[in-house]
Design a binder for this molecule. Structure first.
Ligand code: DP6
Length: 347
C-alpha cells in the first residue's frame, strides 16, 4: 500500500558449504548449492521502507549515511526494488532506511541481512505478499547469499537447473529450534573492508581457476552429507564438512589468477588453534569457516561456547569475539519501531 511504512528485522547467515561462482551473472544463478546457518538477532539489520507518490526520488540510507544510487554496487543491488515495483505496477518512489546493530566496519557481511529485509519489506509495502520461496528468488538477484537469510535455522540455497532461475531458491533444512545448541563464535581479526568484492572475486575464479572443476565435482555430495548430518545432529560430520569446504573455497581462491587472498596470518592462527584443540581433545569441538575475508567463524556446540570464546579472546590477533545463535529469519516490526517518520523522512 502506498504511503505505508513497513519495518522488518533480519539477520546475516554463515555458509557451512560455500557459494563461490555463478553460472548466470545477471540472474545470479550459482554453480553449486550451499547450506548456511541464519543468525539470531544479536547481529541484525532493521529496514524501513515506504513507497509514495510524494517522494521525488529513490533514497537509501544505511546507518545514517545516504548512499548514491548511481554507484555501481547500490545500483545493481537496488534493481530488485524496480522488479518489485513493476510487479506492483507502480512508479512511486521509495525511501529505504536501514540500520545495523553491529558496526558496519566490523567486517561482518551486512549485505545479506540488508537485502533480505529490503525484499521482505518491499513485498509487504507494495502489497505483493510474495511467498517465502518467491522472496528468496527475488533477494537472490540482489545478492546471492542473501536468499538464505529469508529463512531461519539451517537453510539450503538450491542451485537449480533451469535457465530462468525459477528453481534456484532457498529452502529450510531444519528450523532454529531443531538443533539450537549449534552456535557460531565469531572472532573479528580486522575491521578493514575487503579489497576485492565477492562478486568480482568469484567471477575471476570461474574464469581462471583450474582447481575449480574439482570443487564442483565434490560439493553436491558434501551437501548431501551435510543435510544428513544436520538432521542427525551429527556435529563431528558437520564440522569436518564445514572446515574442508572453507579450505576448498580458499584453495580455489588462491588458484585464481591473479590469486585472491582473503585469509591472513591471523586467520591461520585461528585455524591452527582449532585443529590443535580438536587433536588434544581427541574429538571435534570446533569447526572454523572463513568467508571472503579474514574473520573467523567457529561453529561449536553450546556446551563449548564459553571455552572457545575465551581461547579466541586470548589470542593477540583477535580484536573482538561475538557469540551468535540461530535465528528464525526476518519478521515485521511494529510501527513504533519504524526508522521513517510521518513526514516521510528518516528518523
Ligand atoms: C564467500 O552473495 O556476496 O560469503 O551474489 O555476487 O552478491 P553476490 O555475492 P555474495 O557472495 C557470498 C560469498 C561467500 C560465501 C557464501 O556466503 O556462500
Amino acid at each position: 500500500m502506498l504511503d505505508e511504512v513497513v519495518t522488518v528485522i533480519g539477520t546475516p547467515n554463515i555458509a557451512l558449504t560455500k557459494y563461490w561462482g555463478k553460472r548466470d551473472e545477471k540472474l545470479i544463478l550459482p554453480t553449486n548449492s550451499s547450506i548456511s546457518l541464519t543468525f539470531d538477532e544479536n547481529l541484525a539489520t532493521t529496514s524501513s521502507v515506504v513507497f509514495s507518490k510524494k517522494l521525488k526520488e529513490d533514497r537509501l540510507f544505511i546507518d545514517g549515511k545516504q548512499l548514491d544510487l548511481n554507484e555501481k554496487e547500490p545500483k545493481e543491488r537496488f534493481q530488485i526494488v524496480d522488479m518489485m515495483r513493476s510487479m506492483a505496477k507502480t512508479d512511486a518512489k521509495v525511501l529505504v532506511v536501514s540500520k545495523n546493530n553491529f558496526p558496519a566496519s566490523s567486517g561482518l557481511a551486512s549485505s545479506a541481512s540488508g537485502l533480505a529485509t529490503l525484499t521482505y519489506a518491499c513485498s509487504s509495502a507494495l502489497g505483493l505478499n510474495l511467498s517465502k520461496k518467491d522472496m528468496t528468488i527475488m533477494a537472490r538477484q540482489g545478492s546471492g547469499s542473501s536468499c538464505r537469510s529469508l529463512l531461519g535455522g539451517i537453510v539450503e540455497w538450491k542451485k537449480g537447473e533451469r535457465q530462468d532461475g525459477s528453481d534456484s531458491y532457498a529452502e529450510q533444512v531444519v528450523d532454529e529450534k531443531y538443533w539450537p545448541e549449534l552456535i557460531d563464535v565469531v572472532a573479528i581479526v580486522t575491521r578493514e573492508k575487503k579489497k576485492v568484492s565477492s562478486r568480482s572475486g568469484m567471477k575471476q575464479t570461474v574464469a581462471t581457476s583450474v582447481l575449480y572443476k574439482a570443487r564442483l565435482g565434490y560439493i553436491e555430495q558434501a551437501n548431501d552429507r551435510l543435510r544428513k548430518a544436520v538432521r542427525d545432529r551429527d556435529f563431528e560430520t558437520l564440522a569436518e564438512i564445514t572446515m574442508r569446504d572453507s579450505n576448498d573455497m580458499h584453495a580455489v581462491m588462491l588458484d585464481t589468477y591473479p590469486p585472491l587472498t582473503y585469509m591472513n596470518d591471523s586467520s591461520r592462527v585461528v585455524l591452527s588453534m582449532i585443529h590443535e584443540l580438536n587433536d588434544t581433545e581427541g574429538k571435534t569441538v570446533g569447526a572454523y569457516t572463513f568467508d571472503a575475508g579474514p574473520n573467523a567463524h567457529v561453529i561449536t556446540l553450546r556446551k563449548n561456547v564459553d571455552r572457545i570464546a575465551k581461547m579466541l579472546g586470548e589470542l593477540e590477533e583477535v580484536e573482538q569475539v561475538l557469540k551468535v545463535g540461530q535465528g528464525g529469519g526476518p519478521r515485521v516490526l511494529k510501527p513504533k519501531d519504524a526508522l521513517i517518520g510521518g513526514d516521510l523522512a528518516p528518523i
